[in-house]
Design a protein around this ligand. Structure first.
Ligand code: NAI
Length: 315
């Protein structure tokens, strides 16, 4: 089988001054991509800022014979997104791959997290991906080609004490599915990962024994190969989410169970059939919102074969 390569491709990796992003940048560069290493260079909570992390990873790539440039812009402003993409376009004339990886951490009881921390969390993760993605999109449209890899988190399954982070990472799933729909007919594919890796973010976890185990088995270099595959021309899917860590990659999906259709719908009917509402047996995985509507309307007796006309894809 042929080697997965990125010759002639230009990749932007945000938050690539350390942790997972650094591994993505190193691997993509080793496989031939020209890489814009973006990192704001601040603390794990998003404070401060320094050019050093991005510079040092770009230098590391160049010393190994690769092509890279450093960007210390922040992703959490539209201007930052624009400048990051412009730098890649000015240097290399194209953007083929965007890995939205920049992220910060933070915690606290739901009712105690200050409003500005909520804004910062949504700003870096969700708006950050929007800002760089929106700036890169026209360049991808122009060439009819693009690969976007976004970073969600397994915290979406539920974890106490980090509601703003979980909310932001759940937003990334919607963002990914939106880009997948809009990119479907124009050669752009977007997928997301929920990484599991030992990094300075997971080093903040309190449980020492779990951290030691993570360090041993979940190095960030064990996530990067799957990200490279998602960033490659050959990836067959779009709009998907994967949990990736320790060498394992597995699909995570939004599915719908058959449920119970009550006629007439009364509170008692749902109480009496709640097992059917909940049972995962016979679940389906809608490819998009229209398929979900088709599944639902089929249950209610829509006589057409597909979804109602007014809901047919208009993109
Ligand atoms: P990390 O802290 O080593 O990497 C994040 C990088 O993003 C840092 O280098 C930081 O300077 C940069 N960054 C932060 N704000 C930025 C901004 N406004 N503009 C540009 N760069 C910025 O942590 P790690 O673990 O490598 O995280 C990478 C991504 O993976 C993050 O989005 C994180 O939320 C996500 N993630 C990581 C998990 C893990 O197990 N390590 C689990 C789930 C998600």
């Amino acid at each position: 089988m042929s080697e997965i390569r990125f010759d002639e491709r230009v990749a932007i990796v945000t938050g690539a001054g350390g942790g997972l992003g650094r591994e993505y940048a190193l691997l993509l560069a080793r496989r031939g991509a020209k890489v814009l290493v973006n990192d704001f260079g601040g603390g794990p909570d998003g404070s401060g800022g320094s050019e050093t992390p991005a510079q040092s990873v770009a230098s590391e790539i160049e010393k190994a014979g690769g092509v890279a440039a450093a960007s210390a812009e922040t992703v959490d402003t539209p201007e930052g997104g624009r400048v990051i993409v412009e730098q890649a376009l000015d240097l290399w004339g194209r953007v083929d791959v965007l890995v939205n990886n920049a992220g910060i951490a933070g915690g606290g009881a739901f009712h105690e997290i200050p409003a500005e921390q909520v804004s910062k969390m949504i700003g870096v993760h969700v708006e950050g991906a929007f800002n760089v993605g929106r700036a890169a999109w026209p360049a991808m449209l122009e060439r009819g080609y693009g690969r976007v890899v976004n970073t969600s988190s397994g915290s979406v399954f539920g974890i106490p004490g980090t509601s703003h982070y979980m909310t932001a990472k759940a937003g990334i799933i919607g963002f990914t599915r939106a880009l997948a729909r809009e990119g479907a007919r124009v050669g752009i594919k977007a997928n997301a990962i929920m990484p599991i890796a030992y990094s300075r973010l997971t080093a903040m976890l309190p449980a020492e024994d779990f951290k030691a185990w993570l360090r041993e088995h979940y190095g960030p270099e064990r996530v990067a190969p799957f990200v490279a595959w998602l960033a490659h021309e050959g990836i067959p899917c779009t709009g998907e989410v994967f949990t990736v860590g320790g060498g394992r990659a597995a699909r995570v999906f939004l599915g719908v169970v058959p449920g119970h259709t009550a006629s007439p719908p009364t509170p008692e009917a749902y109480r009496d059939h709640f097992d059917e509402v909940m049972s995962p047996e016979g679940y389906e995985i809608p490819a998009d919102a229209m398929e979900e509507v088709a599944m639902a309307s089929g249950k209610i007796g829509w006589p057409g074969a597909g979804p109602p006309d007014m809901l047919l894809d208009s993109d």
